[in-house]
Design a protein around this ligand. Structure first.
Ligand code: KG4
Ligand code: ZN
Length: 420
């Protein structure tokens, strides 16, 4: 049976500022019975998820399969690249077979093979790229190389109508990027993390707090564990210094907060004689404060980006949208606060359903669709395609942000915390 992408997504309209849950059945891309639907297979292995999906140009997910390595890496205390590679190798064939079988199609029925080739962990990327090329050669299909972060950025367009240009915040385990998406291939970079990504900070702090030793947090990603623990704590109980507060840019920094949290945990362990698998008292307050520290930092950088966009007239006044995607966009506390910023600046907020925010094959297949129908994605010479573990997103406009020298009047914490 064919089904639509995730059932819901969140939109916060600019003026009404209500959270609307709109079914994605409300919109379909350019799909009338007259149109020929193209069908793209997407393959994702850039980090620790082996994902495959088959998506058509109307945004229907025809089939999908995902193998997550999360539990193995949680047990190891972090991702060990050769282990991630071996697990991808072990599962990729089965994942593709399952996705194709669930679509009730043969590989001969797809129009092209889209595969993540950048950015990501080299050993992991290689497994996907080699398998994608192998499928393309075996079945005589065009190959579409995919930029993982561009795919996160455009996933929303599969589930709801978001026209270019829009502002997009990508927050994941490996990246923190803020850009204006002008088209399928056109991005203007306004800010990025100078050190850790927010997901990385959540993961490392959660591990240092040993949250996984509490049964209810076992098996959750660091970010999801901190979000759950934070519901029982006070976000203002522990004050983290504002990060990059003297820099009038839209870059991000999480390392200071991560180190402060680590020092606090060590001090608490020492003071309370916490040893081995023990957990510090006040762990929920610390989780709530960490989550708030990251949230308020993201909100401030977005505020400056919105001011910059107004100054440079980069988005049409009547339909300004902030898209938030990547694994950390699963966090409703963060998206709730970003919704308040959107309300203040007259933006709609659009967030894909959680299942499409974390890594998956669907977003790669959808990005393949976007590229395929814009007629520029497929490559002829497979040998000319290689992985690019480090790869920027779009044209760097960060110096222009600095030169605009924008001082912001920050939205009050009370207002941002309203969504709690
Ligand atoms: O996009 P993603 O699946 O993989 C990367 O490309 O990195 O993001 C994974 C990250 C992890 O760091 C995880 O802790 C974080 O997303 N994450 C969350 C939540 N769920 C997943 N962070 C905060 N709150 C959540 N609910
Ligand atoms: Zn990702």
């Amino acid at each position: 049976m064919h089904f639509k992408a995730g059932v819901f997504q969140i939109m916060i309209p600019a003026l009404l500022c209500r959270i609307l849950i709109r079914s994605c059945y409300m919109k379909r891309n350019m799909c009338t019975p007259m149109n020929h639907k193209s069908v793209i297979l997407g393959l994702e292995t850039s980090c620790d998820d082996t994902g495959c999906a088959i998506v058509d140009s109307c945004g229907n997910i025809l089939g999908e399969a995902l193998h997550s390595q999360l539990q193995v890496h949680l047990n190891n205390g972090g991702i060990i690249p050769p282990i991630a590679r071996d697990l991808h190798k072990q599962h990729i064939e089965r994942v593709v077979e399952e996705a194709v079988a669930s679509a009730n199609l043969g590989l001969g029925d797809v129009d092209a093979i889209a595969t993540t080739v950048k950015p990501g962990m080299p050993l992991s990327l290689l497994v996907g790229m080699n398998h994608g090329k192998h499928l393309a050669r075996t079945w005589g299909k065009p190959f579409i190389p995919i930029h993982h972060m561009e795919a996160h950025a455009l996933t929303i367009r599969m589930v709801t109508q978001v026209e270019f240009p829009f502002l997009v915040l990508l927050i994941s385990g490996g990246h923190c990027l803020l850009a204006v998406a002008q088209g399928v291939h056109q991005f203007l970079l306004l800010g990025q993390s100078l050190d850790d990504a927010p997901g990385e900070a959540f993961d490392k702090i959660a591990r240092r707090m040993k949250l996984h030793n509490l049964p209810e947090f076992k098996g959750l990603s660091g970010g999801a564990a901190v979000q759950l623990a934070a519901t029982r704590g006070d976000p203002l109980s522990f004050q983290f210094p504002f990060m990059l507060s003297s820099y009038r840019d839209c870059n991000f920094s999480m390392a200071g907060l991560k180190n402060k949290a680590r020092q606090h945990i060590m001090r608490q362990e020492h003071e309370h004689g916490v040893e081995g698998d023990g957990i510090i008292p006040g762990v929920y307050d610390l989780c709530a404060s960490v989550q708030w520290g990251i949230t308020s930092h993201l909100c401030q950088r977005i505020q400056r980006a919105m001011e910059f966009i107004s100054m440079r007239d980069m988005l049409p006044l009547d339909r300004r949208t902030l898209v938030v995607s990547g694994g950390v966009a699963c966090n409703s506390f963060i998206t709730g606060a970003l919704g308040v910023v959107c309300e203040e600046y007259g933006y709609s907020l659009a967030v894909p359903p959680p299942k499409l925010c974390t890594d998956n094959g669907v977003m790669i297949a959808w990005n393949g669709v976007e590229k395929w129908r814009s007629g520029v994605g497929a490559v002829q010479d497979l040998d000319a395609v290689d992985i690019e573990p480090e790869c920027p997103l779009g044209v760097d406009r960060r110096e222009d942000v600095v030169s605009a020298n924008i001082k912001c009047k920050w939205i009050k914490p009370r207002a941002l915390l309203r969504m709690r």
